[in-house]
Ligand binder design. Structure first.
Ligand code: ADP
Ligand code: MG
Length: 233
């Protein structure tokens, strides 16, 4: 299944998003507060104390996931653009996601061509790639291989993140990027929306190719910087 993802109407919901994110964070806070009140009672058994504490920690973790998935959107839009070298960026990405991948039995195979340079904000680009690679890892519940590939095609830099996981139906692909759309027990449904926005802000585009039971390839494309304009690091 091939599908060019449309962003325009998804971007329109951005302004309403701050309110819904606040609401989503308030839910776990309310639940955690309730358990804290129960804990505060004098006659709570040891067993219940353990249970309530676990619940409070889970709810706080949930609020934290929502905040970190949303974080790049909450930051001011006027972030600084720099010449980003993709090889260096990939080293940072690997450092961030390797522990998560090995915990889930996922091997990462990285193949990036040398001297790929683009104009972006490195922090935001990393956040986007972390979101995409995390999804790829999470799509392989029994482990597998995640391929991360970077190369140049004409004037474009192409970054591909490929998993051989559960895949998506056409309908699921179409829902990608919709705030709070998640099929995961502990998902936030913010990762793809944040990623789409970051890609768009650097004049890029994303192409999702997926097949149920076979896997998914996220193909991101950005304008390339001419080699002469790039800083040598
Ligand atoms: P979350 O990961 O918190 O669920 P995302 O916005 O990152 O939220 O992703 C939304 C949904 O898109 C996921 O719940 C999943 O159903 C689907 N998805 C995203 N990437 C993949 C992938 N590589 N393989 C299969 N499904 C995916
Ligand atoms: Mg995600």
């Amino acid at each position: 299944i091939r599908q060019e993802v449309q962003h325009s109407e998804k971007l329109n919901v951005l302004s309403e998003l701050a309110a819904s994110v606040a609401h989503e964070i308030r839910n776990p806070m309310t639940v955690a507060r309730g358990f804290m009140q129960l804990l505060n009672q004098s006659q709570v058994s040891e067993e219940k104390r353990t249970m309530y504490t676990t619940m409070v920690i889970e709810e706080i973790d949930r609020a934290q996931s929502i905040i970190s998935d949303y974080l790049s959107l909450a930051k001011p839009q006027a972030e600084k653009l720099e010449n980003v070298n993709i090889s260096l960026l990939m080293v940072k990405l690997m450092n961030l996601i390797s522990p998560y991948a090995s915990l889930r039995n996922v091997q990462i195979e990285l193949h990036t061509a040398p001297s790929l340079n683009m104009e972006a904000n490195a922090d935001k680009l990393i956040q986007c790639l972390v979101n995409l690679t995390k999804n790829g890892i999470e799509a392989m519940p029994v482990g597998g291989t995640l391929d991360i590939i970077g190369y140049k095609e004409h004037t474009k830099i192409i970054l591909e993140i490929k998993d051989n996981g559960i895949g998506m139906s056409q309908e699921q692909i179409e829902r990608l990027g919709t705030p709070f759309y998640s099929t995961k027990l502990k998902g936030t449904g913010l990762g793809m929306m944040v990623s789409y926005n970051i890609i768009k802000s650097f004049n890029g585009s994303i192409h999702v190719q997926s097949e149920l039971g076979k896997g998914t390839c996220m193909r991101v494309s950005f304008p390339s910087l001419p080699e002469s304009k790039s800083s040598m690091e």
